[in-house]
Design a protein around this ligand. Structure first.
Ligand code: AMP
Ligand code: MG
Length: 338
């Protein structure tokens, strides 16, 4: 399913943990590099605070736990017990880290609550053909947004519009079958510039970029760097400033749960978390909802989702570190291309 996207052309170990376990943690005098790597980073790179050593030791202990032990501990802590072993480990480590830091004075040291108030999950659908020929020009046919509140950890709104393709208005049978988007739906839809104006209005109405800090999140880099980028050229409008940076959840997921990038696609992200796809695959709105479910799970597991990619002069680049926590600018109509 979603492998095609980037491939189109191809620790408490907690205070409640048993005394025996706590003693074991305390008596460990060395921290191996892996455990150090798992320890949270102090914002000033200072690991001298004892809480970081405690966390690193606990992480080491968690690394040695069996899947059954992990499941039992998570269940005792009333945490989600779903997912593969690495996911459970990360969940337990995050829980412990959060608890330890909250209890210690280091809680104020760079451990911000949430980097954005809202995250807009976007998953475009576009015209396509079977085995898209290399020169195939994809036009966006569905623009969905699923809005996540990072405070309530819920989906708090959705936007969905179909888009009328301009260059090639007739959808291929393959495209209709893949996306479930019918010819009638796109015939009745507005062209991309009109839909983008409605998106800007929808974001403005929610005071995103003004009262609230927000950013975009996509499954892979292609939604923005390819589909949106190409669509703006076709529609002869500039690329919108507010969509220049985003969170590529595949990157965040790989870094957080330590999963190789090549194994990450929507179906495997859900699967490893013990979740099932809900809805119709390749419906933009359903895909966005499921990506949002993964993002919410990651936030609950203690991941700080941060901007990690951006588009600069038409080129896809990793986001500079200074931009990682900066919210997207207020949404504005980008204007015609010069
Ligand atoms: P997705 O978000 O995975 O539904 O993919 C986004 C867009 O990529 C689709 O709307 C299609 O334009 C294209 N695409 C995805 N999968 C395929 C496929 N198997 N063959 C051709 N194009 C595809
Ligand atoms: Mg999709």
């Amino acid at each position: 399913m979603d492998e095609h996207k980037e491939n189109i052309h191809n620790t408490d170990v907690n205070v409640n943990m048993s005394t025996v376990e706590d003693d074991k943690l305390k008596s460990d005098s060395t921290i191996c590099p892996k455990e150090r790597e798992d320890a949270p980073r102090a914002s000033n790179s200072d690991f001298s605070h004892p809480v970081y050593k405690e966390i690193a030791l606990a992480n080491g202990h968690i690394n040695r736990m069996s899947k059954e032990e992990l499941r039992l501990k998570l269940s005792q802590l009333k945490l989600d017990t779903r997912g593969v072993k690495d996911v459970m480990k990360k969940r337990l480590k995050s829980h412990y880290k959060k608890q330890k830091l909250t209890q210690s004075a280091a809680a104020d040291d760079g451990q911000a609550e949430a980097d954005y108030d809202y995250i807009c999950v976007v998953d475009f659908e576009a015209t396509c053909e079977e085995d898209n020929p290399p020169d195939f020009v994809h036009e966006i046919i569905e623009f969905p947004i699923v809005l996540i509140s990072t405070h309530t950890l819920e989906i708090v709104g959705t936007f969905q519009e179909y888009v009328k393709p301009e260059l090639c208005p007739k959808l291929s049978n393959f495209c209709v079958k893949l996306t479930g988007i019918t010819q009638e739906k796109v015939n009745a839809a507005k062209p991309f510039p009109v839909v983008l104006k409605r998106v800007v209005k929808w974001l403005e109405e929610r005071e995103l970029g003004t009262k609230y800090k927000y950013t975009f999140l996509t499954d892979g880099a292609w939604d923005m760097s390819k589909f949106l980028n190409i669509q703006c050229r076709i529609s002869q409008i500039r690329y919108p400033q507010f969509a220049r940076r985003w969170i590529n959840i595949r990157k965040s997921y790989g870094n957080f749960y330590k999963v190789p990038r090549t194994q990450i696609k929507l179906s495997t992200m859900l699967d490893k978390l013990g979740l099932q796809y809900e809805g119709r695959p390749h419906s933009g709105l359903d895909d966005s909802r499921n990506i949002a479910r993964v993002a919410l799970r990651m936030l609950r597991d203690g991941c700080r989702l941060r901007v990690n990619e951006h588009l600069h002069a038409g080129q896809l680049l990793p986001a500079p570190s200074w931009a990682a926590t900066e919210g997207a600018p207020p949404p504005r109509w980008p204007g015609a291309r010069r």
